[in-house]
Design a protein around this ligand. Structure first.
Ligand code: SF4
Ligand code: SF4
Length: 377
């Protein structure tokens, strides 16, 4: 009931373009910027990214994160998405998840799956993490490894899923829900249907097909200009080679490709198609744009970076509403800076919003939460 009232209040505050917002329901926490992969579709592993983002400061430690989770729990935040980097590179990851679970907060993360061996699969299942996405971009090991820039990436990710499934069978549990997270690009578009076969083979019941985000410098400059300050800096999606966007001859095959995927998924696999693909707006797809008219994310959520900066969303990474080391989350949430950006966003949509996928704010449905609550008892 509390969450329902909160949802209504969010809708009202957003609908009326108010700058104040009720406390959020979900939060994204970036745990680190470390990753052993060299993905073609991500800049996180590049020195330029680290040099602009970390600037020598220490990332949030376990105690700091537990303190933040305490406060968020008190504010009735019921969902935390942990992202990175590669989350399993943090050896305190399961302490953090365990603490969230003790507060009944729904937790999700996405991993490249490389580190999942027997021991880690056991920890994953024991942690009661609710939702785990494993990035797999192709059912062909060579293509997946090429896109991800790491040898054995495919083998380790699929083996990781097998180990988790084995452990779940032993313990008679379905938690975490494991899904395949596939980034759709020109490189894998024509073989996406093969991922459905792979999911069936691995006993995975859900696939997220996300369209690639590519940030060009012109969009970033224009966004910073209309927002009146630097809200976006060097991003994980900055300057990704546009050859990874769908090409004309592929977009012409869109209907066929989508129908094929849906047919293969049938009722066995839940197929979460990125709205950019599902809407079938071919012109936008060619330009790597998403059909966004307005966005309510900064009214109902926020992201905390590894250095403790609280930013409105995963794109406005240079717009600091405050820092969690200096102020509490509740002080930051409706601070002058937070209200300023909501005010701007209620008036117009900056160009970057059309390049924003914001795919991971998957708040669980009420039915799912009740189901998990009973499974956890
Ligand atoms: S996309 Fe994920 S796996 Fe690839 S380099 Fe970036 S953080 Fe690592
Ligand atoms: S960048 Fe994305 S999440 Fe942020 S306001 Fe725009 S559409 Fe929303």
């Amino acid at each position: 009931m509390v969450q329902l009232f909160k949802k209504i209040k969010h809708e009202l505050s957003y609908g009326f373009g108010a700058s104040y917002a009720p406390y959020p329901t979900g939060i994204t926490i970036e745990l680190n910027y470390n990753c052993m992969f060299r993905c073609k579709i991500c800049q996180m592993w590049k020195d330029d990214f680290k040099n602009t983002r970390l600037v020598g400061d220490k990332i949030l430690g376990k105690d700091e994160l537990l303190r933040i989770i305490d406060e968020l729990s008190g504010l009735k935040v019921n969902y935390i998405y942990f992202c990175g980097g590669e989350p399993f590179l943090r050896n305190d990851f399961f302490d953090i998840v365990g603490y969230c679970k003790s507060k009944r907060i729904y937790c999700s993360t996405i991993s490249n799956g490389y580190l999942i061996d027997e021991g880690l699969s056991e920890k994953i299942v024991a942690s009661k993490l609710d939702l785990l996405g494993i990035s797999i971009d192709s059912a062909s090991s060579s293509l997946h490894d090429e896109i991800r820039g790491a040898k054995n990436a495919f083998y380790r990710a699929t083996e990781g899923i097998r180990l988790i499934k084995k452990k779940q069978t032993e313990l008679n549990t379905e938690i975490p829900e494991v899904f395949i997270n596939c980034t759709v690009s020109s490189r894998n578009f024509m073989v996406l249907h093969e991922i459905v076969d792979l999911a069936k083979l691995l006993n995975v019941r859900r696939i997220n097909f996300n369209y690639l985000s590519v940030l060009d410098s012109k969009t970033v400059e224009l966004t910073n200009r209309v927002m009146g300050e630097k809200v976006v800096g060097y991003h994980t999606f900055s300057n990704i080679d546009t050859e990874y966007l769908l090409q004309k001859e592929q977009v012409d095959q869109l209907d066929f490709v989508i129908e094929n995927i849906k047919k293969k998924c049938g009722s066995e696999i839940k197929c979460d198609l990125d709205p950019a693909l599902a809407n079938k707006n071919k012109e936008l797809l060619l330009e790597g744009k998403f059909a966004v008219s307005r966005c309510n994310i900064p009214w109902k959520s926020a992201m905390i970076t590894p250095l403790g900066d609280v930013v409105p969303c995963a794109m406005f990474t240079d717009y600091k509403m405050g820092n969690i080391r200096e102020e509490t989350f509740s002080e930051i949430w409706n601070s002058k800076r937070a209200r300023h950006i909501r005010r701007l966003l209620s008036k117009y949509l900056p160009p970057i919003c059309q390049k924003c996928c914001m795919v991971h704010t998957d708040t669980p449905s009420l039915v799912k939460k009740i189901y998990y609550k009973f499974r956890n008892m």
